[in-house]
Design a protein around this ligand. Sequence first.
Ligand SMILES: *Cc1c(COP(=O)(O)O)cnc(C)c1O
Length: 446
Amino acid sequence: MARFALVNFNLYFNLTFGQILNESLKANLRFDQQHIWHPYTSAIDPLPCYQVVGAQGVHIQLATGEVLIDGVSSWWTAIHGYNHPLLNQALAEQSQKFAHVMFGGLTHEPAIDLCRTLLSIAPSGLNRVFLADSGSVSIEVAMKMALQYWACQGNSHKHKFITPRNGYHGDTFAAMSVCDPINGMHSLFNDSLTQQIFAPAPQTRFDRHWNEDDIQSMQQLIEQHHHEIAALVLEPIVQNAGGMRIYHPNYLKRCRQLCDDYNILLICDEIATGFGRTGLMFACEHADISPDIMCVGKALTGGYLSLAATLCSEDVAQGVCQGQPGVFMHGPTFMGNALACAVANASLSILATGAWQQQVKEIEQQLRRELEPCRTLSTVADVRVLGAIGVVECKAPVNVAELQRKWVAQGVWIRPFGKLIYIMPPYIIQPEELHRLTQAIFAVLR
Ligand SMILES: *Cc1c(COP(=O)(O)O)cnc(C)c1O
């Protein structure tokens, strides 16, 4: 009898508790819709959001109980999966020492270790690190370095940037000016942006026969404009948010050569491609080139905290600091945040085991095998894969909210944009989990 009462009580309690939870969840989501901006969303007609209560490994758990396999690594960041014991530990230990101190005049071991490791794994020739707080800021810093470099050599007419179409480099003003002027999500601002020089996007695909014509327009524009060009900015090998395009390494090689021939700095934006995503530590390695300035971000902290870095050659660093004002003119408040550096060090130490190479290779093989059948569907224009990146390009823009509802019901998290459905899962994903992602894509497209 006593036991029965207890069971009854539990039942009653759980029901009531569940209802309260449900009410508070609804209130939360209502508040969210009415008061909180999300990335690229409308205040008038906001798309629904799903409330997360936990994340572990490749799984994201929703407040409504569903557990989703994450196909996006929270936008390229969570390469080792969520709630990773080593990353947690690094964060906890550093928080016991200090979370942050100003970087002006002060320094600390987490930052020193991080910069030492970054320089040891970066393409050769990069010798100095500027720690920035987000990818966009690291691009601003890179562009500012290039401008200051030429200005300090009395070459201030070199103040423009050249970049291929279909690029994406961030949402701040200088970064926006080198995003694709139409695809780059910022066409509205074109009149307020510095007008840069756009070359056609590379056309030869990564694994096809290189066509020398592909570099002709870039070459002509550089011949014509090199006197006013400070730097060429591009995403090496994979153009990400500007179209998820994967291009031939020779294009990057030729760009490096043109920069050398015409006295132009090369800025490689490795923010999405860095840290193993394309199968090599940095995408530049596919073309065996070194940039003068390189930006990293996204996966740098394994998805834990916002941190990015701009690396440059000693020549750039020295050039920037010659003449007036004699210092590099940038210094964010949260520069070199110790918590972020500590967790980045832990993430890089996981990469240093080298396990990612086999993981990414296996993901690549499985993506090729399992996404290829999408090509037969009438709605699909193209399928492309490199490393742990799989892209299905549709013939028409997809309905994000509707697809997401279906995918959540199937237990997967995928976030398409425009015509592009793409996945870049955590490297630790298991074959059967990846299979669920690829099957979910095939299923909704059919
Ligand atoms: C995400 C991204 C950026 C911008 O980084 P944020 O951290 O969002 O400011 C810049 N370049 C590339 C290639 C990116 O993928």
